[in-house]
Design a protein around this ligand. Structure first.
Ligand SMILES: [Zn+2]
Length: 270
């Protein structure tokens, strides 16, 4: 039996952005695709009446999109432009947008080493916590908005479908550890809602993270069986294990397969 995802708040493919939680709003970027779902969510975090806010993942450098984010910012000071990770669908417009609102871009990892696990960013009365959650990429982080019991997950957890582990930058052992960490937060009730990088908000974060964990374990079992059945390379594993996944997603799936093969062989760190 395969893991079933919790029911999303809107039909997959129909999310248009808007309120994700009491203090967090999404501006949907015009970059839909099989990988980005309805498009990238640019999240604006802050109290409407406060003097400052934070912008997460400005997305592509599309003039109309950047103007739409600025409209939601509505004159508040932008404390920081944060990135959940550096894939271009999240980060490409970040520099331009930061200049526009006289702020600065902050991200985790090589080249920046700026955001660190445990950092807290303050915008008005809100505190936004930084959680390192490598796996999708090495520099993936989540942002915790305690006032809303909400966690911005970037591409670590998506609104629908499942995400990829972008080998060699992404590693499956990291990814599983990150999901376990999220499960700890949802299990204790500190996080009730996920605000993903793509797709609608997930109102039952605990069910969503357990679906992801089940799905990953299932895929890993399938890959293990395929290898035992004689599949020797990425392509032959794809044909057996990812037969149910649309072909256009195979390039991404192949990176997840590589991550899984390395995980099974114990060669992720070599
Ligand atoms: Zn993305």
């Amino acid at each position: 039996m395969s893991a079933t995802p919790p029911t999303p708040p809107v039909e997959p493919g129909t999310w248009t952005g808007g309120e994700g939680s009491a203090h967090v709003r999404a501006v949907l970027a015009p970059n839909p695709s099989p990988m980005t779902l309805e498009g990238t969510n640019t999240w604006v975090i802050g109290d409407a009446g406060a003097s400052s806010c934070v912008v997460v993942d400005p997305g592509p450098p599309d003039e109309g999109h950047l103007a739409a984010i600025e409209e939601v910012v509505d004159g508040r000071r932008v404390e920081a432009v944060l990135l959940t990770h550096r894939h271009p669908d999240h980060s490409e417009g970040a520099g331009v947008f930061a200049e526009r609102v006289r702020s600065r871009v902050r991200a985790e990892g090589p080249g920046a080493d700026d955001l660190t696990d445990g950092d807290v960013i303050v915008a008005g009365d809100l505190e936004i916590g930084v959680l390192a959650t490598p796996g999708h990429t090495r520099d993936s982080v989540c942002f915790y908005v305690g006032a809303d019991d909400a966690l911005l997950t970037g591409d670590t957890v998506l609104g629908w479908g499942t995400t990829m582990v972008a080998w060699p930058d992404g590693r499956l052992d990291d990814y599983l550890a990150s999901l376990d960490r999220l499960a700890g937060l949802t299990g204790s009730g500190r996080v009730r809602r996920f605000l993903p990088g793509h797709g609608a908000y997930l109102p039952d974060a605990d069910a969503s993270v357990h679906f992801y964990l089940d799905h990953r374990r299932e895929r890993l079992d399938q890959v293990r069986q395929a290898v035992e059945g004689g599949a020797t390379d990425v392509q032959s594993v794809l044909e057996v294990v990812y037969a149910d996944v649309p072909r256009e997603l195979w390039p991404a799936a192949s990176r997840s397969v590589e991550a899984q093969l390395h995980h099974l062989r114990g060669t992720e760190r070599s």
